[in-house]
Write a protein that binds this ligand. Structure first.
Ligand code: SF4
Ligand code: SF4
Ligand code: SF4
Length: 344
């Protein structure tokens, strides 16, 4: 607690698009209640705080840290470990922090492959000297450093212990508000709780469901869907059948299939595997050839099934390949917490 009796709150972003920070602002005028109720001691996106401000705090001095973004660099991991040490309660805020989300899709590649494409091969790149970022660069004034870039994106709980998860890409304002109220009232759920609902998006979706028999998938631009019938019944991929509710079925309400941003529903360890199982059960095919033909209408199945959850899945990442005769990292098999060898 601060001297003024208010709980101390920190907000931080790691490998993040910034959407989760904007989601906090989506509280609108209630943001003033948050500012009134908490002593905000660290929020570098919005105010002029420095890392040394956190370093100067006593361990456990921060009451709650809302941490958004995945862990993909040495700096992300350093800040996660620093804020963990200084905070009583750590909340994985949003899909990137909870599951790896979009940054985690990079686990289909490794650092070498990404740098090769981004800095050398991509059609919009003009880099004739093939310069890529270096962790250390000597200049007359001394050594410039950049944080080390990891091969593998991790969720926050693969790097430090986490008390609560606030899912969503980004979380809906009503759940941020619910989390804030729970913290202020002291009525916190058991550690490990995902703050939200324990049913699926289908349970919030008003569309009429029939017996599903899918003979092909349609991309959104290929079909004008009936506004009242389940999108999946119409062949539009919808992850709502295996996704935690809480958003009010936002995407199906505007004719877009759910992409799964609220993560797997309660009790599911691997959201992608659950989704594969759910979709497999509604495909109307009798032979492997028919199954293949239907799946051919679903572009980028790995991206559809693991769009938000690859880093946190049982797969975690693809095995890495040899590049220029160099094995860049061993296949990923679990992560020890707070281990300096996390780097790859
Ligand atoms: S969860 Fe979504 S909105 Fe939040 S930082 Fe990640 S990509 Fe952005
Ligand atoms: S449209 Fe999606 S969320 Fe709605 S009922 Fe069908 S599968 Fe479920
Ligand atoms: S419908 Fe699905 S993808 Fe859309 S906001 Fe809800 S959980 Fe996220």
């Amino acid at each position: 607690m601060a001297d003024n009796g208010k709980p101390k709150l920190a907000l931080y972003w790691a490998a993040s698009c910034g959407g989760c920070e904007i989601a906090v602002l989506a509280l609108h005028e209630k943001i003033l209640d948050v500012a009134e109720a908490f002593d905000i001691v660290f929020w570098p996106c919005a105010m002029d705080f420095k890392t040394k401000d956190v370093e100067a705090m006593a361990d456990g001095e921060i009451d709650v840290c809302l941490f958004n973004g995945a862990i993909r660099t040495d700096e992300n991991a350093h800040m996660a470990q620093l804020l963990r040490r200084k905070s009583k309660v750590m909340v994985a805020f949003g899909s990137c922090s909870s599951e790896g989300c979009m940054p985690g899709l990079a686990n289909f590649k490794d650092k070498e492959q990404m740098f090769q494409f981004i800095y050398k091969d991509s059609p919009s790149t003009d880099n004739p000297e093939g310069i890529v970022p270096q962790e250390e660069t000597e200049v007359p004034e001394g050594t410039l450093t950049l944080p080390g870039f990891w091969n593998t994106v991790r969720s926050l709980d693969q790097v430090v212990p986490v008390e609560y998860y606030l899912p969503g890409c980004p979380p809906e304002a009503k759940w941020i508000e619910a989390a804030v109220n729970a913290i202020l009232s002291g009525e916190l759920p058991p550690p490990g709780t995902v703050i939200g609902m324990d049913v699926t998006v289908c349970d919030e979706c008003p569309r009429t469901r029939q017996e599903k028999k899918i003979t092909r998938f349609y991309r959104p631009q290929e079909i004008i869907p009936d506004p009242d019938i389940c999108l999946l019944d119409q062949g539009i991929f919808c992850a709502g059948i295996a996704t935690r509710a809480g958003c009010g079925a936002l995407c199906p309400s505007v004719n877009m299939g759910c992409r799964g941003c609220y993560g797997p529903n309660e009790g599911v360890i691997d959201g992608g595997a659950k989704l594969i199982s759910a979709i497999a059960s509604v495909i109307d095919a009798e032979t492997p050839e028919e199954i293949d033909a239907i799946l051919d209408t679903l572009p980028d199945p790995a991206g559809y099934f693991y769009r938000f959850s690859l880093a946190h899945s049982l797969l975690r990442r693809t095995n890495l390949e040899e590049i220029d005769g160099k094995k860049v990292a061993a296949p990923y098999e679990g992560v020890p917490r707070l281990d300096p060898k996390l780097k790859d």
